[in-house]
Structure formats: structure tokens, C-alpha cells
Design a protein around this ligand. Structure first.
Ligand SMILES: Nc1ncnc2c1ncn2[C@@H]1O[C@H](COP(=O)(O)OP(=O)(O)O)[C@@H](O)[C@H]1O
Ligand SMILES: [Mg+2]
Length: 479
């Protein structure tokens, strides 16, 4: 992700903020639960409404029974029916009609509702049908009498008043739902805001600030002290930021030190080059005493130059610049030999080192010969300095790699060198050593896409393993 990308995504606003999403989510959840409550309750409402109608119808029928035998005047019948909200009422017992009242009887009945069918599915279906009707339907509702369950009450009535009542009821439920969901949402929102969003915001702000100014002490988060997950995250973040800050300060100091060393080295190398020239002339002096000290002077300066160039390489260069070409691996060993051998001979002409090259001729690599000679040269120097008299190399293919084994017959690596293997300045077990040779060699191998490892070491000698990637084939076809 680009710098801008990160900046963009840390600006949280509007609907994207956690609080807004939680708010919407809460409202939706409450609404859904209200619907789940509404559907069965509207069906129940319809059932209760019918039951009330049956009860009033029965009351009307009772009043009529009082006047048993006599023909009830139509006017009274009308009033009773009006009160029950019915066009007609009939009571039946064992299938026999025992009484009937009627007024403006409609010519048709659109639907018969049996109160004994009270399964949930049936009730839901009935309620739904009532709600979606446009016209008034005539319903015949049949249910048992409350007084005498053997008697069935039959009421003929209009559906519209029921629908109006159901609409009314729905409106009330809707209003209630809105109020409830707003209250719930507000409550949930505030508690989430307080418990999560606010402490998370603290973390986010601190992270943004720390990213912008990691060296600023103020950028480190002040944990709220809460013991929940977010509180712990804050504490961990604070610890992490402090560690990072310390590391950063250290790194800045080291970088400053590094560039200072690089500058000193650079000047020192020039001075040493001059000294080298002078001592070369001393070696040709007439005075035998002067001639005698000249080689030691040269050796001392040589050491100083090595130290300088090693240190410079280590602190000054970030990333090697390689000039890659196709090379024969066995040439690498021979080149190293010609670079290193004269120096060692100058020091110790008696003990000529034996060089054995067993690398198959055809092995090729892509590499920078000068750099690789430096790497292998460091390894070879170490071996000779440790007292090895024989060096041999062999190589083999291994998957996409070529492995080169460099074996010496020296005394093996000292413990301190093994413990601090590849650690700059720490691995030297040699008087006058820098402890940089191995790490520089490893650096060079790694920048070639390879690796350097200590394969084995013991009293019979040591073997280093240098891994090279095989050259890419098609490069050969189009150079
Ligand atoms: N082939 C080897 N045989 C024995 N000791 C070795 C060998 N290679 C490296 N060492 C040990 O590892 C140490 C670190 O080597 P190096 O990183 O080149 O630093 P330096 O040579 O400056 O001491 C040496 O001081 C030496 O003791
Ligand atoms: Mg060395």
C-alpha cells in the first residue's frame, strides 16, 4: 500500500465509522425483532376480535331467548344485531338451528371462518388475507358458545371493521417499534461508543500520530487502564511503541556513527596509500637497517588498510552494486588463488599452501568476479591465517542451486568464533582480526542470491558451503 493509501484509509468518517455502522445495525436488528413480534400478534388480534364478536352475538341470542315463544319485534332485533355488529346470528345445537336473528341479510357469504381451526399457519394466513383485501367481504364466523360449548354460534358480519381495527393496531405497533428501536439504538450506540469506539479511537489516533512522528514522546499511547481486551491492546501498543522508539533512537545514533566512520575511513585510506608509497621506497633504501624494517611497516599498513576497507564496506555500503557476468565457477577459485597467494607467500615463503580445485569445468554462474574473489578470499585468508596448509574446493548441483564446498585442513574454528559466527565485530578469535571477514563474505553471497554457511568444523579442518543460484538459461540465448 502506498503512503497516500495508508493516509487515506486512516481518515474514518461518516457512514464508514464504527459508531455509525453499529447504530444502523442496531436499528435494523430492533426492527427485525419487532416484525417477528408483530406477525403473530396481529393474527392473534384477529382471533380475539372474532371471539369478542361471538360473545356479543351470544349475548344478543340470550336476550332473544328471554323472549322465547314470542316473535321479537324487528326493531328490537335490529338493535341487538347492531350492538353485536352482525347482519345475522344463529345458534345451532347438534346440527339443528335453534334460533336465528337477522337484518338486511346479504345474499352471499365470501368466507367462512371456523374458530376451531386455530393452528398458527391458519391464523397467519387469515390475518394476511384480511389485511390485503380491498373490498368488504361478508364473513361467516362459527365458534362454540362460551356458556354451553355444545351450542355453536354463527355470526354473519362485515370484514371492513375488522380490517380497520387491524390497521389501527398495526399503526400502534409500528409507532411503538420506532420508539423502542430508537431508544435501544441510542442506548446500544452510547454504550458501544463508550466501551469500544472511544478506546479504539485512542489506539487509532496514537498509531497515526506515532507513524507520523515516531520519535515524539507524546505519540506514545496513554493506556486507559481498563482490563478488557481493548485495554490490554492499549498496554501492548504502548510497550511496542516504547520498544520501537528505543530501537529507533539507537538506529539513528548508529547511522550517525556509521557515516562518521565512513568519512574517517575514507581520509585514512588516502593517508595510508601515501604511507604505503613511502614505505615502498624505504624498502629500496641503501641503509640495511631501514630495508629491514620496511616489510614490517608494509605489513602494519596493510593491516590498517584491510581494517579500513572492511569497516567501510560494512558501515558505508548499503546494498552492493554488482556487475554480473557469466563466469566459470572453477575460475573463481583460480582467481582467488592468484589474488591471495602472493600476499601469503610474501609473509611466509617456506610454507607454500596446496590448492586443489575439483570444480567441474562446465559449472557456470552469474556473478561479479571482483566481489566473489573478495568473498572467497576472506574465507581462504581465514583458513591460511588459522594454519591450514591445504585448501580444496568441490562443487555439485542441487536443484536450482550450485553448491561449492571450500575445505581446509586447519585446526577448526575456535568456540568463540562459532558462537559469534556472522556477527559483525564479535566473531574474531585472532589477534588483529576485525571479525568482519565472514560477514562480508556472507553479504556478497547473499547479494548474489546465494548463501554462505559453515558446513562443518573440527580438529581436522573446516568446510564452508557457498550456494549459488544457477544462471538463468534464456539469458544466454539473448545476451
Ligand atoms: N577456516 C577457518 N579455520 C579456523 N578458524 C576460522 C576459519 N575461518 C574463520 N575462523 C575463525 O573465525 C574468526 C572470524 O573470522 P573473520 O570474520 O574473517 O574475522 P577475522 O578474520 O578478522 O578475525 C577468525 O578470527 C577465526 O578465528
Ligand atoms: Mg578474516
Amino acid at each position: 500500500m502506498s503512503e497516500d493509501g495508508v493516509k487515506e484509509s486512516t481518515k474514518i468518517s461518516g457512514m464508514k465509522s464504527l459508531s455509525a455502522r453499529l447504530l444502523v445495525f442496531t436499528i435494523i436488528t430492533v426492527m427485525i425483532s419487532e416484525v417477528l413480534i408483530y406477525v403473530p400478534s396481529i393474527s392473534r388480534f384477529r382471533k380475539v376480535w372474532f371471539e369478542a364478536r361471538i360473545a356479543s352475538a351470544e349475548l344478543a341470542a340470550l336476550a332473544t331467548e328471554v323472549a322465547m315463544g314470542e316473535n321479537l319485534p324487528q326493531e328490537l332485533q335490529n338493535r341487538l344485531l347492531d350492538h353485536a355488529g352482525a347482519h345475522g346470528i344463529a345458534l345451532t345445537k347438534d346440527g339443528m338451528r335453534i334460533m336465528a336473528l337477522s337484518m338486511d341479510m346479504p345474499t352471499r357469504v365470501d368466507q367462512t371462518v371456523l374458530m376451531k381451526d386455530d393452528s398458527i399457519a391458519h391464523l397467519l394466513k387469515g390475518a394476511f388475507q384480511t389485511l390485503v383485501q380491498n373490498n368488504n367481504r361478508i364473513l361467516r364466523v362459527i365458534g362454540p358458545s362460551t356458556v354451553n360449548p355444545k351450542t355453536m354460534v354463527e355470526v354473519i358480519l362485515d370484514e371492513s371493521p375488522l380490517r380497520m381495527a387491524m390497521y389501527d393496531y398495526s399503526e400502534r405497533i409500528l409507532a411503538l417499534s420506532i420508539v423502542v428501536s430508537l431508544f435501544t439504538a441510542a442506548f446500544v450506540y452510547l454504550s458501544l461508543q463508550w466501551l469500544m469506539v472511544r478506546p479504539m479511537g485512542l489506539i487509532t489516533r496514537s498509531m497515526i500520530r506515532f507513524r507520523e512522528k515516531p520519535e515524539d514522546d507524546e505519540a506514545i499511547i496513554q493506556p486507559s487502564g481498563a482490563s478488557d481486551e481493548i485495554g490490554i491492546a492499549q498496554q501492548v501498543l504502548a510497550a511496542m511503541q516504547r520498544d520501537l522508539q528505543t530501537a529507533l533512537k539507537e538506529k539513528t545514533r548508529l547511522a550517525a556513527l556509521g557515516s562518521a566512520v565512513a568519512k574517517i575511513n575514507h581520509d585514512l585510506r588516502n593517508t595510508l596509500a601515501t604511507a604505503m608509497l613511502i614505505s615502498d621506497r624505504l624498502a629500496k633504501s641503501e641503509d640495511p637497517d631501514v630495508r629491514e624494517i620496511a616489510p614490517r611497516l608494509i605489513e602494519a599498513i596493510d593491516k590498517a588498510v584491510t581494517l579500513c576497507s572492511h569497516t567501510l564496506h560494512f558501515v558505508g555500503e548499503t546494498g552492493l552494486h554488482l556487475f554480473l557476468e557469466r563466469l566459470y565457477l572453477s575460475d573463481l577459485f583460480d582467481e582467488t588463488k592468484s589474488a591471495v597467494r602472493p600476499i601469503h607467500l610474501a609473509h611466509d615463503a617456506e610454507n607454500e599452501t596446496i590448492w586443489e580445485n575439483h570444480i567441474p569445468q562446465m559449472f557456470e554462474i552469474d556473478g561479479d568476479m571482483d566481489q566473489l574473489v573478495r568473498a572467497v578470499g576472506n574465507l581462504v585468508n581465514n583458513a591460511i591465517q588459522a594454519g591450514a596448509t591445504k585448501l580444496s574446493v568441490s562443487a555439485e548441483e542441487s536443484g536450482p542451486f550450485i553448491k561449492l564446498y571450500l575445505t581446509d585442513n586447519g585446526p577448526g574454528m575456535p568456540d568463540i568464533a562459532i558462537e559469534n559466527l556472522f556477527k559483525p565485530f564479535q566473531g574474531s578469535a585472532r589477534k588483529g582480526g576485525t571479525g568482519l571477514g565472514l560477514i562480508i563474505a556472507k553479504d556478497i553471497m547473499q547479494s548474489h542470491g546465494g548463501a554462505l554457511e559453515l558446513d562443518s568444523t573440527g580438529k581436522d579442518g573446516s568446510t564452508f558451503l557457498l550456494t549459488f543460484p544457477k544462471p538463468v538459461e534464456d539469458e544466454e540465448a539473448n545476451p
